[in-house]
Design a protein around this ligand. Structure first.
Ligand code: SF4
Length: 374
């Protein structure tokens, strides 16, 4: 049974220039798309709920997208009204229920209503606090809008608030990054995710990306700044204080099971070692569910032994909990681990005897570690 759920809300104000999620900008959204989406996701919840795969009490739930905060609270209430026929939230905010939000769609009364539904964590896509960079990225908000929206989220009563930033943006300097983090530190945020902007080689901004050394400098500055401000760098791109790590994402990173709803959403069953994905088209997703009364699963795959081994290492290297030395079974692996320790990419875990973990530099170069050890 699944006690971690993900829901994908595909609508956005506008498509950002670097986005490769399944999302539809307002200019491409037809009038009937939002009601169709609501009807389809309710049908999907019903089919899954009736099949008995949803646990009676949820551990985590994550509303991602897209921009879930563009979905009005009354529509959310209808969607979750269906879900809570089959499951419930743990008492005393025991279920971590996160909603992603973008600064352009944050309004006080609306956020109070989301809070009243039971959502207890907000993850806000700030991305940058420099208007010039926000424009390059195709974001619709500006710095003032982002800071005001962050204030509104706290005013609405949310205490567990994460923000997202991007580093490695063309033209971004270390001073820009430091200034963004300083501004965010003036709010009582509990969590920060900072992702390195990555683009495919054919992308028009690809040639403007900072080189490897500059990217490494961005990542190392972020690591030292956030540690100095009392945050734990617990995952390659994630920092938490008061141990408020992103519990839902930890399910992904620790190889746990999750069930997902909505177009393009991926699910994983750890007991069956299988992954499945919904259609990445709102219309195909909705037609399959509403007209054919069938789950809108596009594909389903069982992981091979090699994939399982590779994923085990990729997941282990990305978390500060590290991995046991007992995983190094071959002599070649043991030698390579020693080499990685000498190069300051791996270190002995400070509190877990016989465990190794990535150093801050190792987090930035985690692909190298995985390639050497697998
Ligand atoms: S807001 Fe997020 S999901 Fe929407 S287009 Fe921008 S990056 Fe993609």
């Amino acid at each position: 049974m699944f006690s971690s759920l993900y829901m994908h809300f595909p609508f956005c104000e506008s498509k950002c220039h670097y986005c490769d999620f399944y999302s539809i900008g307002r200019e491409k959204t037809a009038a009937g798309d939002a009601p169709t989406f609501e009807k389809a996701i309710i049908e999907e919840i019903k089919l899954r709920g009736e099949s008995g795969v949803i646990a009676p009490v949820l551990n985590t739930m994550f509303l991602g997208g897209g921009t879930p905060s563009m979905t009005p609270p009354d529509s959310m209430a209808r969607i979750f009204g269906e879900l809570f026929k089959y499951t419930s939230l743990a008492p005393n905010d025991g279920t971590e229920w996160t909603m992603e939000a973008n600064p352009s769609s944050i309004e006080l009364e609306q956020f109070k209503k989301y809070r009243a539904l039971g959502i207890n964590r907000v993850s806000m896509g700030v991305q940058s606090l420099k208007n010039e960079h926000l424009a390059i990225l195709g974001r619709v908000h500006d710095e003032a809008n982002a800071l005001k929206s962050l204030n509104t989220v706290f005013e609405a009563g949310f205490k567990n608030v994460s923000t997202d930033l991007l580093c490695g943006v063309p033209g971004q300097t270390l001073d820009d990054l430091r200034s963004h983090m300083e501004k965010l530190m003036s709010f009582p945020i509990t969590h920060l995710s900072i992702y390195l902007l990555t683009l495919p080689p054919h992308h028009k901004m690809y040639k403007d990306l900072p080189n490897d050394e500059e990217q490494l400098n961005h990542l190392l500055l972020i690591d030292s700044f956030m540690r100095e401000h009392g945050f734990r760098h617990y995952e390659i791109s994630n920092f938490a204080r008061h141990d408020l790590r992103a519990r839902h994402n930890l399910v992904y990173w620790q190889g746990g099971s999750y069930l997902s709803f909505g177009p393009s959403a991926h699910s994983y069953s750890s007991s069956e070692r299988s992954r499945f994905k919904n259609f990445s088209s709102l219309h195909k997703y909705a037609n399959t569910l509403i007209d054919e009364k069938k789950l809108a699963v596009e594909w389903n795959e069982s992981l091979s032994i090699d994939q399982i081994e590779l994923e085990k290492w990729m997941l282990a290297v990305r978390l500060d909990e590290g991995f046991s030395r007992a995983w190094l079974v071959r002599d070649a692996q043991k030698k390579k681990a020693e080499l990685l320790i000498n190069e300051c990419l791996l270190e002995n875990h400070p509190t877990r005897p016989d465990f190794l973990r990535a150093t801050p530099r190792g987090f930035a170069l985690s692909d190298t570690i995985v390639k050497m050890l697998v």
